[in-house]
Design a protein around this ligand. Sequence first.
Ligand code: C2E
Ligand code: MG
Length: 752
Amino acid sequence: MLGARRKSCLLWFAFFSSLTFMMVVSVRADDTPVVRVGVFENPPIVSIRDPAHPQGIAIDVLDYVAEHESWRVQYIPAAWGELLRLMDAGQLDVLVGIAYSEERARKYKFNRESLLGNWGIIYRRANEVILSPLDLEKKRVALMRGSIHSDVFVKSLMQGFDVAFTPIYVESYTEALEALAQRHADAAVVNRTFGALNAQKYDVVETGIIFNPIYIHYASPSGASPGLLQAIDKQLTMLKADPQSIYYRSLKHWLALPASSHWSPWLIWTTVGVLTILALVTVIAILLRHQVQRKTGELRFKTEQLQDEIDRRRQAQERLNRIAYFDGLTELPNREGFRQALAQAFDKTQRKQAWLALLFIDLDRLKHVNDDMGHDAGDLLLKKVAQRLRSSLRDQDHLSRFGGDEFVVIVQGAHAPQDAEQVATRMLRCLDAPIELGSSQVYVTASIGIALYPDDAQDPEVLLKHADTAMYQAKQQGKNRYLFYHARQSPRAVERLASETRLRQALEREELLLHYQPVVDLSDRRIVGVEALLRWNDPQRGMLLPADFLALAEDTGLIVPIGDWVLMQSCAQLRRWREQGVRDMCLCVNISSRQVGDHFIKTVDRILRESYLSPALLEFDIAESFMLTVDGKGRDTLHCLDEMGVRLTLDDFGTGYSNLNHLKQLPFKRIKIDRSLVAKISAEPEDMKIAATILMMGQGLDLQVLAEGIETERQFEFLRDRSCALGQGNLFSPAYAPEKLLTALLSSKPCH
Ligand code: C2E
Ligand code: MG
């Protein structure tokens, strides 16, 4: 309501004002009043860059008013001071874009409706710091001469804060910002709208210090008629009421110019240049990255190839090392691995002047497992024993498999004797529990010999020998125990032990060998068989005959493994001869009574199968002394062999042990007259009688007779004439190495 009344009042007022105006303004020929309008550079309110066509918000509004009020406007562009002078002289009708102040209001008439609110603002260069008016002390400040903001800045702000500064007066806001940008001033005072639109162009920024809020109006000289200003007010009021009007469009146009339109060419070119460089750098970076990726890929591939090669070589080396220094079955260090470890341990122990103990371990029952259950079971047993032994030891104790069923432990430390004793006890105890072999359970014991450095020996080899000797003594004392080596034994005992040790090693070191003596048919002196005779090529003592070591082998039980070896070797040799063309040749092998145990039948059967030989080709010489010790089991074994088809011969017949009852009860097919009896066949009729009697006895018992040790033609003829079927002796051929006999054997005749 109130608004509508005020509007109608205004309309009446405007009508009368217009009438008055019509009377006062000069009238041209076409009756259109000319209004002289003073303009000065104050964008965006007014810009007179093109003096013929001023632009800006105040101009847009005034042009609109002029159009609606039918005025002809004559713009008079000039500097601010000049315009004020023209105003004072009454040569202007309207001055546009003048800020209202009370002082000015006393001099000029102002229209009522303000065109724009504005205020003063201080600008600085981007790299300078001005936070408050106090920071302007001793600084140069660019000010537009006659500007109301400049007046307020000087009189109120600077004087109010008592700041001493140097004013740099210029003619326009544009010059003020230019002075700042070109470093002729340290700060510049402009109005808000001008600053917002132009600061970017000069690369200057707001300080945040604002002051003197003012309003922009149109003004006329004091003596002028109010009609012009009233007409302006009327139109301006209507324009402000309509959001779509030229007033708002003009504000939007002049106050929201796109920032880019203010970009200076050098900034645009710099930006384009920078962007181009950035693009180039990006392209180069992508290319380089691609190159680097490709090279990195190639490098990685080559590195991987190299790594693969290194891995392969390392694995090959490790495999070689494993083969060279480790036992494939138990995965423990082998003899070589042990020797290395012992050398290192000796070195360390000598440097530290400490103790070292060697424990030589030999399993007591492995052979039985091999014979009863086969070699696979024996291997499994060894593996399990090795695991148990290892787990019974401390980390610092070195366990290795020395060969067969022998293991060695190196114990180092300050208390080696006690430590060694503890280690030995633990190892014996760890074997107490039965070992599972498939569905069977096996009990294993071990004998352990211990030798100490430095007490027992100063040298690794000697120390090992002593530990071995001690182990052997432990075995002799009943097995399943440990024993320390004692250097204070009698020289004979020491020698005997040493011999035993050497004999045991002889088998492993392949120092044993077989010679073969032909068996001939005495009727035609042709070879019908061979007897395998054991020899020991001892590196220290030369070629030894059975008489030199057989008793020891019997005493120690070594005859059992040695006998097995003889049987296996000789069968393999017969096989080779047969392959070389020797047909139906019998093989005679000497058997010790100690061999004829539980496993003998299986061993014989296995060896015959492995060498593809018929049992009929095999003959066992069993010494007469066997009769003294043979028991029921032994007899059973001999019968079993007989049933298999192996021929049994009673060897050394006539040396005094034979019990004729036993002889009848056992399945012998042949007797061998001992060479001591044959040797007595000479000219002496008494001696000849003994030989003749034995021959007759053999024939009476339905046994074939073979005479050993025939050295002379006379002995041969004597035996042949008394129907002795077979003979051996140096007269025909001594025992030779197998290769030496081949030619003779190839011309032999069948033995049966
Ligand atoms: P033996 O079974 O009575 O063997 C015959 C022995 O007489 C052999 O002695 C042989 O070399 C020797 N001999 C053969 N012809 C003559 C001769 O014309 N004159 C003389 N003086 N001797 C002759 P060797 O090889 O020393 O064997 C001795 C004994 O050792 C054998 O007597 C045998 O009982 C035993 N022996 C040999 N090899 C083995 C074996 O592998 N195992 C077992 N358990 N005993 C064996
Ligand atoms: Mg014999």
